[in-house]
Design a protein around this ligand. Structure first.
Ligand SMILES: Nc1ncnc2c1ncn2[C@@H]1O[C@H](COP(=O)(O)OP(=O)(O)OP(=O)(O)O)[C@@H](O)[C@H]1O
Length: 301
């Protein structure tokens, strides 16, 4: 599926309308950058609140993601990152405010149809049966964890799955069972699975979880490569660790518990001051060779 860059149902919003924070006037440094000319709005969260069991988990959250942008959601444990991701993936509805996903407003759309346009990379993919790598990738077409009974892929779908397996560096292993794959191989398999239905939006929930340093670096390189080969796809990646951000990260949203503390271009948001404020702890942030690093100690704000 390709993104409809002319969709009239998704009016472009002025960057100044995107608030970062709790309703206070927007400081210029926190405002998202001007959109890329003509890029479609893929995700639009407007003044979103999310309440569960009487507890406010998110409040006054605004986020606009355009085609080709690669957002990182960064924040401390329990800040609400996964909750935002579940709204972006049309898996939950906001308690207040509005969420547009791929041009449709949640609550007024069949979410099943949206799910098929969203690739979800969950390193805790709950598959238990020994499907092969190729079969796991093909379950991205049915949107199921297990193989759907009586479903047969077309030749074109099988070819596409094979091509993605090769792109992910798993060529020749397509018939190996999921149950014996390393965490790194699983990570690359679920990225291929997320891409097989040609999504307009890719959601990555802590994709480096459980990987050793070599597997993590391979996975981040894979994500960078996907962003080159699929330039129109927007992505949102959740992490606690700046070291786990791919170099291709273009934007970032810092989430302090329940609220946005900063949002915009990654280089303007991932700073010592802003990250320290978000984590309520002094953290020194630096960027080298395109990658970010956070540390405490000398030089910390
Ligand atoms: N269904 C629910 N009912 C009540 N509280 C919930 C529910 N779902 C999540 N929460 C709480 O909401 C808060 C935000 O959770 P969320 O998983 O979105 O945070 P997170 O930033 O992704 O956390 P982590 O980094 O630890 O994964 C947490 O305190 C969590 O316990």
């Amino acid at each position: 599926m390709s993104t409809d860059t002319t969709s009239p149902s998704v009016p472009a919003r002025s960057p100044s309308s995107v608030r970062a924070g709790t309703g206070d006037p927007v400081p210029p440094a926190d405002a998202p950058p001007p959109p890329a000319a003509g890029a479609a709005v893929v995700l639009d969260l407007r003044d979103v609140a999310f309440v569960r069991n009487g507890r406010t988990i998110l409040e006054h959250v605004d986020l606009t993601v355009r085609a080709g942008e690669h957002w990182a959601l960064v924040g401390p444990n329990g800040a609400g990152k996964s909750t935002i991701l579940s709204l972006c993936g049309a898996r939950d509805h906001p308690t207040r405010g509005e969420v547009d996903v791929l041009g449709s407003t949640l609550g007024r759309v069949d979410v099943q149809a949206l799910h098929s346009m969203i690739g979800h990379v969950n390193p805790r993919h709950p598959l238990r049966t020994p499907l092969t790598i190729q079969e796991v990738v093909l379950t991205g077409i049915t949107g199921t964890t297990e193989w759907r009974q009586r479903w047969e892929p077309t030749r074109a779908e099988v070819d596409r799955a094979r091509a993605l397996v090769t792109d992910m560096g798993l060529g020749g292993k397509e018939h190996e069972p999921w149950t014996t794959l390393s965490q790194g191989e699983r990570g690359r398999t679920i990225i291929a699975r997320a891409l097989v239905a040609d999504p307009a939006l890719l959601l990555l929930d802590e994709p480096s979880t459980g990987l050793d340093v070599a597997a993590r670096e391979q996975l981040l390189a894979t994500i960078d490569a996907v962003r080159v080969t699929h330039p129109e796809v927007a992505s949102v990646l959740v992490t606690h660790h700046l070291e786990e951000l791919p170099t291709s990260t273009s934007h970032a949203l810092l989430l302090a518990p329940g609220r946005v503390s900063a949002a915009g271009r990654a280089d303007e948001v991932l700073t010592t001051e802003a990250v320290s404020r978000c984590f309520a702890h002094p953290v020194h942030v630096e960027r080298r060779h395109g990658r970010w690093r956070a540390s405490a100690g000398p030089g910390t704000a």
